[in-house]
Design a protein around this ligand. Sequence first.
Ligand SMILES: CC(=O)SCCNC(=O)CCNC(=O)[C@H](O)C(C)(C)COP(=O)(O)OP(=O)(O)OC[C@H]1O[C@@H](n2cnc3c(N)ncnc32)[C@H](O)[C@@H]1OP(=O)(O)O
Length: 159
Amino acid sequence: MRLEPLRRKDIPRCVEIEKILFPGDSPWSAYAFHAELDGGGYYLVARPDESDEVIGYAGLAVVGRRGDYEASIHTIGVDPGHQRKGIGTTLLKALLDRADELAAPVFLEVRTDNDAAITLYERHGFERVGLRKRYYQPSGADAYTMARPRAQVRDEVAG
Ligand SMILES: CC(=O)SCCNC(=O)CCNC(=O)[C@H](O)C(C)(C)COP(=O)(O)OP(=O)(O)OC[C@H]1O[C@@H](n2cnc3c(N)ncnc32)[C@H](O)[C@@H]1OP(=O)(O)O
């Protein structure tokens, strides 16, 4: 498996995977992916070694300026046929490496019943810091806000 920057021609396949992964929660449209790229989002896709097929994707948005950046993971998804093989971990680590390069803390929202993703995030230094009621539509599901401190703060806490 290899990671590459998301290209615009990959977007239809990402939208296809979104529809499978988030049937009840307004899966992202092609417009949403294009808007993320237009806004300078750091988006990656995972492809198997042997083909150009997209089997996973993930994206990070960064705001702020030098010395004071803040990052948000806006999406991460792995095609159901390829889950539980470490692809989600690889995508997440790549986004976190990018955030660490910028010394940015990272935030995200995740459905409170999404045990798989919450476990993945907790394994990589995220903690639940808030609850957003009825965050997802049309399901009305709640979200946790999770946060991972910037590298310097993590180092200080670790001593
Ligand atoms: C900010 C947001 O985007 S929140 C939304 C996150 N995305 C989604 O929920 C979309 C649907 N889910 C997915 O696409 C995938 O399940 C992902 C992205 C969450 C994980 O991708 P995967 O490639 O399956 O993850 P990976 O194989 O690296 O697993 C890492 C760990 O996550 C946890 N995990 C992954 N899937 C599961 C599961 N079904 N049940 C419980 N734990 C799980 C495990 O701890 C796993 O480690 P292990 O296999 O050693 O036990």
